[in-house]
Ligand binder design. Structure first.
Ligand code: MN
Length: 489
């Protein structure tokens, strides 16, 4: 679902050193961009050695209006007086990374003289550049280190994916089938605020229109999708009619989503008028294709699922709509069991998912087909976006997923089991203090650092619960951040 993005490498300098130095800078910057691009998920394209206010303003204007450009990476090979950057930087609307690096790894003992020093002075060039970013309070990422080193390139790669998440967010349309589940608070939110801050266009379509689309789906279309299901999943049911009904629902929802350019959707079991089954497999297979989903009308988690998928591997990563369901509170085995009544994305499955048909206690409809599987083991995060009234807070918690410690043969849904940081109960205490929802996006391939980057670029609050989080300190942090965000600077 991803577009073809690139990032622009803009190198700061000035006229002081003469044309030869500028030529060398340009040549090296070109070489560095080409070499780094081989290790990065998106091309880094050298654009200009900027020496004047006008050049910087021009490249920023171009970056803002070029849809391929997902962000700007700056670096100062030489000194570049930063007052000439002000005009451009205040106009920059794309994600911005200051990459503090140096062309040469070593100080060459014999070769070094004043000419060498004038050419290779990123050490103070980048400090001048860094000051103006700080003074302008720009939401920038700072990465420091040698440009050939793998950990440095990994930071740049991660930031690029977070920046793509920013662009994806600004373009995102969310389709709501019906309203939120009645009386629920945390799935509510200010859609105008969200569109202003995050770019999401969140709108509602009637379930009746979806039913019309479902009625128009042909048997041939269903046959074709059944073949796709057979390729990807194991059929653990003989009830083909029920599975075919899910295929009908999926085809109809996909047509509506694609017609409107929506990459996320929500629905609710309280509004299924004219539908025989709550979409289970249908929603799950749409998530496998990169669409975001939220149950009970939770359009915020639907959008976040789509965004975090877009930030993951190949633009459709291992991220899933999730819900903390129940705990195992045995000493030494404290785990949270996450699932949903149907809709867990198979992109987090440890093994090939099975299609099963079971009754559903709520919603008052026929038994729906759904994918059942265990989630993978490994380090992951859970993320929740909440509306604090007048502003948004993004809460992220580090977790360690394990192979579920029991089979749970009678549990008819996909399940993931994990230990929250710093431990289950302290982590729970912190999550509740921060106001985190029961719905989350669980991700194995988007990191907390990337979500911090994303929140910074979106200019919203970020709260991170880690192995080192102490509830008393978190309480103070939340109090102080609340004050700071009310200043609205
Ligand atoms: Mn739910």
């Amino acid at each position: 679902m991803g577009k073809k993005y690139e990032f622009w490498f803009v190198v700061g300098s000035q006229f002081l050193y003469g044309p030869e130095v500028l030529e060398t800078v340009a040549g090296r910057a070109q070489q560095m961009a080409e070499e780094m691009s081989k290790q990065l998920p998106y091309p880094l394209v050298y654009k200009v050695t900027a020496k004047t206010n006008q050049e910087i303003k021009d490249i920023v204007k171009e970056a803002n209006y070029d849809d391929r450009c997902a962000g700007v990476v700056t670096w100062c090979h030489t000194f570049s007086p930063s007052k000439m950057w002000i005009d451009g930087l205040v106009k920059l609307q794309k994600p911005y990374c200051h990459f503090a690096t140096q062309y040469n790894r070593e100080i060459p003992n014999e070769e070094i003289d004043m000419d060498f020093m004038n050419l290779n002075q990123a050490a103070h060039g980048d400090r001048e550049h860094g000051f103006i970013g700080a003074r302008l309070r720009l939401p920038r990422k700072v990465i420091a280190g040698f440009w050939q080193d793998a950990p440095v390139l990994a930071q740049l790669a991660d930031w690029m994916k977070a920046a793509v998440g920013v662009l994806f967010s600004r373009d995102l349309k969310v389709m709501r089938f019906g309203d939120n589940m009645r009386e629920v608070a945390v799935t509510e939110g200010d859609k105008v605020e969200v569109q202003t801050k995050l770019g999401w266009q969140v709108n509602t379509w009637p379930v009746g229109t979806l039913v019309e689309y479902m009625d128009a789906v042909t048997e041939e279309e269903i046959d074709a999708l059944m073949a796709v299901y057979k390729e990807a999943y194991t059929f653990a049911t003989d009830d083909m009619e029920t599975v075919r009904y899910q295929a009908r629902e999926e085809i109809a929802m996909k047509k509506m989503l694609d017609a409107e350019g929506c990459k996320a959707f929500s629905n609710t079991f309280q509004d299924l008028y004219g539908m025989r089954q709550l979409p289970g497999l249908a929603s799950q297979h749409l998530m496998a294709q990169g669409y975001g989903y939220g149950g009970e009308g939770d359009w915020k988690v639907a959008a976040m699922t789509a965004i975090m998928k877009s930030m993951g591997e190949n633009g459709n990563g291992a991220s899933a709509f999730m819900e903390d369901y129940t705990y195992h509170l045995v000493e030494g085995q404290e785990y949270s069991l996450g699932a949903h009544m149907l809709e867990v994305s198979p992109s987090v499955a440890a093994d090939r998912p099975r299609i099963e048909v079971h009754p559903l206690g709520i919603g008052d409809r026929e038994d729906p087909a759904r994918l059942v599987f265990e989630g993978k083991a490994g380090k992951a995060i859970v993320v929740s976006l909440v509306d604090m009234g007048g502003r948004l807070r993004l809460i992220c918690q580090d977790i360690e997923c394990v192979k579920p410690i029991m089979d749970m043969p009678n549990l008819p849904v996909a399940r993931v089991m994990w230990r929250a940081m710093p431990d289950l109960t302290t982590g729970l205490q912190c999550w509740i203090m921060a106001g985190g929802a029961h719905h989350t996006v669980l991700s194995y391939d988007v990191s907390a650092e990337q979500m911090r980057d994303w929140a910074r670029m979106m200019k919203i609050e970020f709260v991170h619960i880690t192995k080192d989080t102490v509830p008393e300190k978190l309480e103070e942090e939340l109090f102080l951040k609340d004050l700071a965000w009310k200043l609205n600077i």
